[in-house]
Design a protein around this ligand. Structure first.
Ligand code: ZN
Length: 206
């Protein structure tokens, strides 16, 4: 049987700071992934930061349950059907850090009014739904626009990127203002995960 605790300790030893959970409902995106039971098991097995990314149609309905299951941060999509401001407030009321996610085709301005109410903006650098996709270069301008607005407002908000992040794209997104990098394939297919994680964190601007 899989020993989640020791698997997660291995990740931490390799320089992984948090686990990013993609939750899909098969409606908002055309794929279905694990949900609450897996999150609960991981929470029981480890104290690592759990970053939950809800790619679901009505996130507001599920905030409390994901908070109770052990999420430290919850992001949901500005394109979802829930009221964004109310959902952000509901997340914070549960003692969880609120974040908003934005798809590649949605302009940066869609999240500007929400910035004072959140801890993190998740800029999708691929279309949400499947792992292993290539980075969309046009999203770099959006990272820059979001970071510049945050700085202009004097806020302390993280900018996270998700999709196609590897040793090359990491330098590009960091230069544009991202400071939380999600990576799947690049880390898990690497011969040396610790070296791959280090490459994502280093300021190697190409
Ligand atoms: Zn994600």
């Amino acid at each position: 049987m899989l020993d989640l605790g020791s698997e997660i300790r291995k990740l931490e030893k390799n320089g992984i700071d948090m686990l990013h959970f993609d939750v899909m409902d098969g409606i908002f995106v055309n794929n279905i992934t694990f949900g609450l039971p897996v999150l609960e098991q991981v929470r029981k097995a480890s104290g690592i930061t759990l970053d939950v990314h809800l790619m679901i149609k009505e996130p507001a309905k599920y905030i409390k349950r994901f908070a109770e299951a052990g999420a430290d941060m919850i992001s949901f999509h500005v394109e979802s059907e829930s009221n964004a401001l109310e959902t952000l407030k509901a997340i914070r009321e549960c003692g969880v850090k609120p974040a908003i996610a934005i798809r590649p085709a949605t302009p940066a301005e869609a999240v500007f009014d929400l910035l004072p109410y959140l801890d993190m903006v998740l800029v999708m650098t691929v279309e949400p739904g499947f792992g292993g996709q290539s980075f969309i270069p046009e999203t770099v301008d959006k990272i820059r626009a979001v970071r510049s607005r945050i700085t202009g407002l004097g806020l302390n908000v993280n900018v996270e990127v998700d999709g196609g992040i590897n040793g090359e794209t990491s330098a590009i997104v960091r230069k544009a203002g991202a400071n939380v990098l999600v990576s799947g394939s690049f880390l898990f297919h690497a011969d040396d995960m610790a070296a791959a994680a280090k490459a994502l964190k280093e300021d190697k601007i190409c």
